[in-house]
Design a binder for this molecule. Structure first.
Ligand code: FAD
Length: 452
């Protein structure tokens, strides 16, 4: 994994000195497996709650090697697919509580980054969600209605011309705008979180893969090539890599998400893009596209195809020329006025999905010693901060109202076993893709209603 810098544009940049691997045995209160957003935020929340808790983070490669160093850098209030869907799945009271908690979380993230002096290029230009077709108009309407019904009023309707005043996509029909959303450089944030955790007294070991996690007697034992870590409690914050754990694989699946970026645009090309204010933009396909300006003046374009990886994460899936080509097609379709802008590169990353489309945090195995927090699919940058607080409360055995949020209170929905698993996952993805590609046939419609 020495080539971690090639895994995304974000990871390729800046000087970074990985922490040394674990060398010898260690005794701690809490061992955290995984140095992405979930693992690092949990370490920080634990230390902030109780500075005397001894915490170690074990990361198989470098902090941010997983999805946290490869994503689009949109930190949104959204938990799950969208607000309308969340209400349907968890009811209005929990959906409202989740949304309010997420609004608080984004503000806390912003304050933490500022107070710790983390140079993560964090901005708050808002999120513009747009419709490019009649079905998408309907989804815009449903979210606005859900926001109003819950008394949130945090989404503002924008007509086509109002949207196009923010970004010059001539096919945009209407949209909604949310002010709370942040844009950031995800690898810079992960690295900054690692350093902040270390300043709080957390011990971080990189290049330290955990080969086995056992429960011998009254403690947890994490085995690594350089030594064993004995702990009172453990957190599995390994996202898609949790595929290796059969009990989690029952309800967790791996999908591979992709991004392409252009070369830096000239001032004149930015004028043609008509991107006043630099908001993050997402469309309302079922498997949406998202795009944003990067701090060095490129357009980042991602989403759409997200194939299942039946055997879990595999570095060979970190590049997919076929998916990059399809992404470029929709980039060109959206911005015909930028036909002279070249695509510079693309990358992919594994994420863990769940049937509920939001992450779950809970306890695993006998006793209360092993906690997991994972399964955000493509919406984890913001939600990982909140889910990490739930993980903290589970690890510290603290009663808290956060445990009533869906991530902790809703049980994960199991997938069918054996060969049926692949059939269901591949079949559902084909249905979603066909619906997004405009198939209005009765079979696709029926299957879509069933899935939803
Ligand atoms: C291309 C792409 C675009 C995305 N865009 C967005 C976006 O714009 N907004 C958004 O909200 N979300 C987005 N996401 C999703 C988001 O990145 C994830 O939900 C989030 O980063 C999950 O963080 P995590 O810490 O749970 O997992 P990860 O970042 O995957 O961290 C897990 C870590 O565990 C480590 N690990 C695994 N196994 C072991 C082991 N045995 N021993 C030690 N360490 C181990 C891995 O190396 C990894 O660093 C995107 C994801 C991708 C891939």
């Amino acid at each position: 994994m020495a080539d971690w810098r090639t895994r995304s544009l974000w990871l390729s940049r800046g000087p970074y000195e990985p922490a040394p691997p674990l060398d010898g045995d260690l005794d701690v209160d809490v061992v955290i497996v995984g140095g992405g957003f979930t693992g690092l935020w949990t370490a920080i929340h634990l230390k902030q709650a109780d500075p005397s808790v001894d915490v170690a983070v074990l990361e198989q490669c470098v902090a941010g090697y997983g999805a946290s160093g490869r994503n689009g850098g949109f930190a949104m209030t959204m938990v799950g697919r969208n607000l309308h869907d969340l209400v349907r799945k968890v009811g209005p009271a929990r959906a409202r509580a989740t949304r309010l908690a997420m609004r608080g979380t984004l503000r806390e993230m912003g304050a933490f980054v500022r107070d710790e002096g983390i140079d993560a290029h964090l901005t708050r230009p808002g999120l513009l969600t747009v419709s490019n077709g009649p079905e998408q108009d309907e989804r815009i309407r449903q979210d606005l209605e859900a926001s109003q019904r819950l008394g949130l009023d945090d989404l503002r309707y924008l007509s086509g011309p109002e949207c196009r005043a923010l970004v010059a996509g001539e096919r945009i029909r209407c949209g909604h705008f949310e002010e709370e959303a942040l844009l950031l450089d995800p690898a810079a944030l992960t690295r900054g979180l690692r350093d902040a955790a270390v300043r709080l007294g957390v011990r971080v070991f990189e290049s330290t893969p955990v080969h086995a996690l056992g429960l011998p007697g009254t403690h947890v034992l994490a085995r690594t090539p350089g030594g064993d870590v004995r702990a009172d409690r453990a957190l599995l914050a390994t996202n898609a890599y949790a595929h290796a754990v059969p009990a989690l694989r029952r309800w967790l699946f791996t999908i591979v998400a992709s991004i392409i970026v252009t070369e830096p645009l000239t001032g004149e090309q930015w004028k043609r893009a008509g991107w006043a204010g630099g908001a993050g933009v997402e469309d309302k396909r079922i498997m949406p596209h998202f795009h944003r300006p990067t701090p060095d003046g490129r357009i980042l374009w991602g989403g759409r195809d997200a194939p299942f990886a039946p055997s879990g994460p595999d570095p060979r899936q970190d590049r997919s020329p076929h998916v990059f080509r399809r992404l470029e097609e929709t980039f060109r379709w959206t911005f015909p006025q930028l036909d002279d802008v070249r695509i510079d590169r693309g990358w992919c990353g594994p994420v863990a999905g769940t049937v509920n489309c939001f992450a779950h945090a809970g306890r695993l195995g006998r006793g209360r010693r092993v906690v997991y927090a994972l399964g955000y699919a493509g919406h984890g940058v913001g939600p990982s901060h909140l889910t990490a607080k739930i993980a903290r409360d589970l690890l510290l055995d603290r009663e808290s109202e956060l445990l009533d949020l869906p991530m902790a209170a809703k049980r994960p929905v199991p997938l069918p076993p054996g060969p049926l698993r692949g059939l269901v996952l591949n079949g559902s993805q084909r249905v979603l893709q066909r619906a997004d590609d405009g198939d209005r046939g009765p079979l696709t419609g029926l299957a879509l209603r069933f899935l939803q």
